[in-house]
Design a protein around this ligand. Structure first.
Ligand code: UD1
Ligand code: CA
Length: 449
């Protein structure tokens, strides 16, 4: 598909009332990405020459979100046809294929969009509609076919007869138009229908009336699930996750209990990665070959290199990087922290704004005190350094390569390479004193009795 041949219009001007949300509907996330982001990503490989986002209600939340997209304002919304009219000035003079998509239908695949464009071109149709056969056709518009199998018209449920309601082929909402004929079709729309709206779906009958043809491309139901409510959002998320799990396994990862592993839209797992139960991947995670992520981990914005081990019960926050063979164990939190190859933080630590050299060992309970209440500061730990258990490293601070920090230290000054630092209260032992104390207390007790 040549780059100048397709334009994309995404509709997102509806009110989304049933979400009961202050957030714009298309900004609700699926797989850690706003729904509208999924639609944008699906259409991107077609390299649309013009890109228009139609906004209305809560538009301030969308403006500026997609810098490469022009924004058309439709206010107040008067139907899907009216929404495309709002985009028309930005399509002026465009004679390629115009894809119209819904911002709340995030799972639509690129190959389906390509198939729609191909079908429109093959039949030289004025418009091709993406149909599907849902289990329950409910409120969807019904596709009425002509005897030759082409599309005759679309009837909205509100306007349908009982016979028309019995049709199981439904309108997904996605359509592709011949840009050269779109203007004439929009001009033909009116509001003489049950909803009193400009129906985009009426462009089909308008095309037939002009002697042009319309066609149908068919999608799998799961590909065109639309979101109107939180329950729909959860359903779409479930479909997204099922696909992500299947893909991860197909690409050579072991998911011990797939149903309990949650992926983001951009999670990358290498070969022979093992993921235990109850693991959540937020956006921006890349896991190299041979890594093990044990049960109950949460990762976001991190890269884990070959052969490293994470968890169980680890939290890796954005900006973290685990080198090859590094180990992060239970109840360890990393934030903007780099662990060099083979470095270890196996138990109960917070490591933030830190660089840990190759082979270094971070003892149980070590905390980088990165925040002084005003600003964040860095901790740098050299290769093969050893940080004793329960140490506090008060940043900004550096511990040199090969240095040792004694357990329980509060380190406030830099430690040189190969030095030993101990920063804790001196221990004093009092010979026999415990026994004497005990005897005295027992004497007191007898006196009181
Ligand atoms: C629409 C279709 C219906 C189809 C269904 C699929 C029409 C007339 N009906 O119905 O045949 O089966 O989608 O889900 O097209 N929008 C605007 N401006 C508006 C109205 C809507 O931008 O004035 C946007 C919405 O934000 C949404 C999309 O268009 O992204 C669909 O709108 P919605 O009101 O949900 O359409 P349906 O009534 O469900
Ligand atoms: Ca809808």
């Amino acid at each position: 598909m040549t780059s100048s041949s397709v334009a994309a219009v995404i509709l997102a001007a509806g009110k989304g009332t049933r979400m009961k949300s202050d957030r714009h509907k298309v900004l609700h996330a699926v797989g850690g990405r706003a729904m509208v982001g999924h639609v944008v990503a699906a259409v991107a490989p077609l390299a649309p020459a013009r890109r228009v986002l139609v906004v209305g209600d809560k538009r301030e939340q969308l403006e500026g979100l997609l810098p490469d997209w022009q924004v058309a304002v439709q206010d107040p919304p008067q139907g899907t046809g009216h929404a495309v009219m709002a985009a028309a000035p930005m399509l002026d003079g465009f004679a390629g294929d115009v894809l119209v998509l819904f911002g709340d239908t995030p799972l639509i695949p690129t190959r389906t969009l390509e198939a729609m464009v191909a079908a429109r071109r093959a039949g030289d149709h004025a418009v091709v509609v993406l149909g599907f056969r849902p289990g329950d056709p409910g409120g969807y518009g019904r596709l009425v076919l002509a005897p030759d199998g082409s599309l005759d018209r679309i009837v909205e449920v509100k306007d349908a007869t009982a016979d028309e309601r019995a049709i199981d082929l439904c309108n997904s909402g996605a359509m592709v138009f011949d840009g050269a004929r779109l203007g004439a079709l929009l001009d033909a729309l009116d509001r003489n229908n049950a909803a009193g709206e400009y129906y985009l779906t009426d462009t089909v009958a308008a095309a037939r009336a002009r002697g042009w043809t319309a066609g149908v491309a068919e999608a799998a139901s799961d590909d065109v699930l639309g979101v109107n409510s939180r329950a729909d959002l959860a359903l779409v998320e479930r479909v997204f996750q099922a696909r992500a799990r299947a893909r991860a396994m197909a690409e050579g990862a072991t998911l011990v209990d797939p149903e309990t592993v949650y992926f983001a839209h951009d999670t990358e797992l290498g070969r022979d990665v093992t993921v235990g139960p109850q693991v959540v991947f937020g956006p921006g995670v890349r896991i190299a070959d041979g890594v093990t992520v044990e049960a109950f981990c949460h990762l976001e914005g991190v890269t884990v290199e070959r052969g490293a081990t994470v968890g169980p019960f680890a939290r890796l926050r954005p900006g973290s990087h685990l080198g090859a063979g590094a180990r992060v164990g239970n109840f360890v939190e990393l934030k903007k922290a780099t662990l060099g190859p083979g470095a270890k933080a196996n138990h109960l630590s917070y490591i933030g704004d830190a660089e840990v050299g190759a082979g270094a060992n971070i003892g149980a309970g070590t905390i980088t005190c990165n925040y002084d209440g005003i600003a964040k500061h860095a901790t740098v730990i050299g290769a093969d350094a050893f940080i004793g258990s329960n140490s506090a490293l008060v940043a900004p601070v550096q511990v040199g390569a090969g240095a040792i920090v004694g357990a329980g230290s509060v380190i406030t000054r830099d430690v040189g390479a190969d030095d030993l630092a101990v920063a804790r209260g001196q221990q004093t032992n009092h010979e026999g004193r415990a026994a004497r104390l005990r005897r005295r207390k027992q004497g007191d007790k007898k006196q009181r009795a």
